[in-house]
Design a protein around this ligand. Structure first.
Ligand code: SIN
Length: 524
């Protein structure tokens, strides 16, 4: 049994988690940063291709604010959008470029190259070729290695948040406000559970892509932080708003990957199976650069109309003058080549896929949740910036802004040491059922979960589909919970338990909201 004590505990090592850790450490506090993956780089941040928003050409904070609000389809939180539009661009310049040393692509005269993505009225996106997330993540982790008061542990999976109501041996604490005091975490290699006690805990565990059959997210996106925070008693919100990216590479094999919206920003057009451009029909103003939810539904419609499993994205024949496709999009070029598609010569087969979660743990201006001692940042949180539909390249920006704000606030958190001695260590199950270790049980549960979410809680929802989803996911939830209780813990089982809990919440929120807004599209 191992007990660790720290001042600030950060769970998750993408842009928001790393920024929180670096910011909190600057106050001199001891920070413990954990990630469940073996490779510290693995996170949704790593796969972000498009870029990060700043103030571009002929641009202002006010215009950026307007664009984010419009994409959010009327339910973005104006205060949160103002925070991000005001603080984000200078944080990119001062913190990411200045302090961390992140590089962004430049023009031949040394100025930054700004690109454009859907629903932006200005060219204002900084990028590092088509590997922006990779560059940011690499530089943040390099910085963290140099900071003495940050301890970084990979291969540690958070299981549950520790709270004064749920885990203290002192029964009188039930009469006081509940308080988050850290988390229990599984050492993936040994199977031992650590009691990690902290004055402030920041959840930065990313999105939920693995809950859907088709997603641009890596396998680690299992909604862990949202599920843990909910179990601990924090409020979650906007859970019905799951954003689908219009263009993921289509292949009959498993290997599918994001085809950045920036290709359309550089001129690329969508074509249906018959080779016809079609976006004018759906959005006269924006055409191929319409907001994501609109493009996604247009593609869905064209696929159904032409009885095809995909549409095409053609940059080869529509690229802007002087664009060298291979130089601008080296990552996408190489990946497509592996599938024998030369994007300089031919169109790319694409389909929509789950991409980003606009809901999550409800947070205030400093990443503070409704559970004292607990903060949430990045994709696992909901500040309300994205409303019902996120504007392109604002996710890294929001992670950065709230990562910094939560890091500052957490470093000023009151001491909770007096509560630590009464916190119980993890109780391992007594009646282990070793037949539960069959990996096919987990695989099949995921298959059921993912196909139910894709077909019933996907791009186009109906009441009948959602009712079925609630019922099927409810049954699966009961079975997985029972299975989880009587088995030895593994990372895979923890993820499955979190995944099914979040899937249930998404289906329930979606069924209760019969108004189609942004990416929650429900047909009468
Ligand atoms: C993309 O490159 O299309 C994705 C960018 C984003 O999700 O903001």
């Amino acid at each position: 049994m191992t007990r660790e004590k720290t001042e600030v505990l950060v769970i998750g090592s993408g842009i928001s988690g790393c920024t929180s850790a670096i910011t909190a450490s600057a106050s001199g506090k001891n920070v413990l940063l954990i990630t469940k993956t073996s490779d510290p780089m693995e996170s949704n941040t790593l796969y972000a291709q498009g870029g990060i928003v700043v103030i571009g050409e002929n641009d202002t904070k006010e215009l950026l604010y307007e664009d984010i609000m419009k994409a959010g389809d009327g339910i973005s939180n104006p205060e949160a959008v103002k925070i991000v539009a005001d603080e984000g661009p200078s944080l990119v310049l001062d913190f990411l470029i200045g302090d961390i040393g992140v590089s962004f692509s430049k023009n031949s005269d040394g100025s930054f190259h700004f690109t454009r993505e859907a629903a932006h009225t200005r060219k204002r996106i900084l990028h590092y070729y088509d590997m922006t997330g990779f560059e940011i993540e690499k530089k943040l982790l390099e910085k963290i290695k140099t900071i003495k008061n940050i301890t970084f542990l990979n291969d540690f999976t958070a299981i549950d948040l520790i709270t004064s109501h749920h885990h203290s041996k002192n029964p009188l604490l039930k009469y006081k406000n509940n308080l988050c005091l850290g988390c229990y975490a599984l050492n993936n290699s040994t199977g031992g559970v650590y009691t990690m006690l902290a004055d402030a805990t920041i959840v930065a565990t990313g999105g939920i892509g693995k809950l859907y059959q088709f997603t641009t997210n890596p396998d680690c996106a299992t909604g862990d932080g949202i599920s843990m925070a909910y179990r601990a008693g924090a409020d979650v919100t906007n859970m019905e708003y799951v954003q689908f990216h219009p263009t993921m590479f289509y292949s009959e094999e498993e290997s599918r990957f994001l085809i950045s919206e920036a290709l359309r920003g550089e001129g690329g057009r969508l074509l249906n199976k018959n080779g016809e451009v079609f976006m004018e029909k759906y959005s006269t103003r924006w055409k191929d650069l319409a907001p994501r939810d609109e493009v996604t539904r247009a593609i869905y419609n064209e696929m159904a109309r032409t009885e095809s499993s995909y549409v095409y994205l053609d940059i080869a024949h529509y690229k802007k003058k002087n664009l060298n496709i291979h130089n601008r999009f080296p990552g996408i070029y190489e990946e497509c080549m592996k599938h024998k598609i030369n994007i300089e010569k031919e169109p790319i087969p694409v389909v929509p896929a789950e991409h980003y979660f606009c809901g999550g743990v409800l947070i205030g201006d400093y990443g503070n949740t409704t559970l004292p001692g607990l903060y949430a940042v990045g994709e696992s949180s909901c500040s309300g910036v994205h409303g019902a539909n996120r504007l392109a390249s604002v996710s890294l920006l929001e992670g950065l802004v709230y990562g910094e704000r939560a890091g500052i606030r957490a470093s000023k958190a009151p001491k909770h040491e007096e509560f630590f001695p009464d916190i119980a260590d993890w109780i391992y199950p007594k009646n282990l059922n070793t037949t539960n270790n069959d990996p096919l049980l987990i695989l099949q549960d995921w298959n059921n979960l993912k196909s139910t979410m894709w077909n019933y809680v996907g791009i186009i929802r109906t009441e009948t589909r959602l009712l079925r989803a609630e019922s099927d996911l409810g049954n699966l939830f009961a079975r997985i919970t029972d299975y989880y209780r009587n088995t030895n813990l593994t990372k895979a089982k923890i993820e499955l338990r979190n995944g099914i809990m979040v899937a249930n919440m998404i289906a329930q929120f979606a069924r209760r909201n019969n108004k189609a807004i942004g990416c929650h599209y429900i047909k009468e």
